[in-house]
Write a new protein. Structure first.
Length: 339
């Protein structure tokens, strides 16, 4: 089968590899569509998770089941499915505590096993779901991105009538802003720096960072002179974290959805005197089914977030758009076509 394999840092190559065989608890999926994630770009450029190479990358995929392991009863050949790439061991301490998304022996498509940038991939059956008829393959691979964004919102304890600030206008920032509307906030504010992406914010206030002299003041002005209740950090710069901490009101919450890669300045005195919460959000705690419901919700219109659909043969163009096309692309899908 055709696949994209990371052979060394910076060397993603199209190769021919054998079609995998599913384990007893897995299904073999013929890939119809797979989307490129920012973390895929990081894996190619830096390999931060220490992936043992070579490895077929990709972890956002959807397709059709073509074979099922002997122990699988929930799915069968012909089922249209989407997959969640995070595979908890179900045995470690965190799994026993119900925190499978923080599993100490976590499996993950594209990291410790071959992923979705291939004509076929295997996934444990409990991490796949049948697609509702209204969910097209063209955006079905967004299951895991939706799930992790729901986790960020849940970690922030966003309540009806509160205000939420999303810093970052990448695919995840825009997705978080869309999903936050389900909590009926008083206001959603998004800070970003790319007009194309900010146009995808629905029912929210956008602040274009490059066109605003004082972003922190603009946030307060937008929010009736007050700090916000919740900030979700969807970009990893130290400056963004400092903006987040400076924009939240007393007893507010700052959710680190994106990892901050160097040391930001932290106003510990303000953190102490205003009783602020800083919370991490990594993967998602059993939100596959709520995420699938979001994909099927026509009011969220999540299909619009996949802005480019390219045949697999044009994968180089797809990665170029994902890496550099911030003024023309959000999510980029590579498609093999339906069987």
């Amino acid at each position: 089968m055709r696949a994209l394999q990371l052979e060394a840092i910076g060397q993603l190559t199209e190769v021919r590899v054998p079609v995998p065989s599913p384990l007893p608890d897995e299904v073999l999926v013929r890939t119809v569509a797979t989307t490129i994630c920012t973390s895929d770009l990081h894996d190619i450029e830096h390999n931060p998770f220490g992936i043992v190479l070579p490895r077929v990358l990709g972890h956002e995929g959807a397709g059709v089941v073509v074979a099922a392991g002997d122990a699988v009863e929930s799915l069968q050949a012909g089922d249209r499915v989407t997959a969640h790439p995070v595979i908890p061991c179900r045995q470690c301490e965190n799994c026993r505590r119900g925190l499978g998304h923080l599993c100490s022996n976590l499996g993950h498509l594209g990291l410790d096993r071959d992923g979705t940038f291939a004509e076929f991939f295997c996934i444990r059956a409990d991490r796949a779901r049948r697609l509702p008829p209204e969910v097209d393959f063209r955006f079905a691979s967004l299951l895991e991105p939706v799930a992790v964004c729901l986790e960020a919102i849940r970690r922030g304890r966003l309540a009806v009538g509160e205000t939420v600030l999303v810093i970052g206008d990448g695919p995840f920032g825009i997705l978080i802003a869309r999903l936050a509307l389900q909590s009926e906030p008083q206001r959603v504010i998004v800070v970003g720096r790319h007009q194309f992406r900010l146009r995808h914010v629905t029912r929210g206030v956008v602040i274009h960072e490059k066109q605003t002299a004082d972003v922190r003041a603009a946030i307060r002005e937008t929010n009736e002179g007050q700090g916000v209740d919740v900030v979700i950090l969807a970009t990893g710069s130290p400056g963004a974290f400092e903006l987040a901490l400076g924009s939240v009101r007393a007893r507010g919450r700052v959710v680190l959805f994106s990892a901050v890669h160097s040391q930001p300045k932290v106003d510990w005195f303000r953190l102490h005197t205003q009783e602020l919460d800083i919370l991490g959000a990594c993967n998602d705690q059993d939100l596959i089914d709520p995420a699938l419901a979001c994909l099927a919700d026509p009011e969220l219109h999540l299909d619009s977030l996949v802005t480019q659909h390219l045949p697999f043969a044009e994968w180089r163009r797809g990665f170029e758009l994902a890496r550099f096309g911030k003024d023309e692309a959000l999510k980029v899908a590579l498609e093999f076509g339906e069987p």
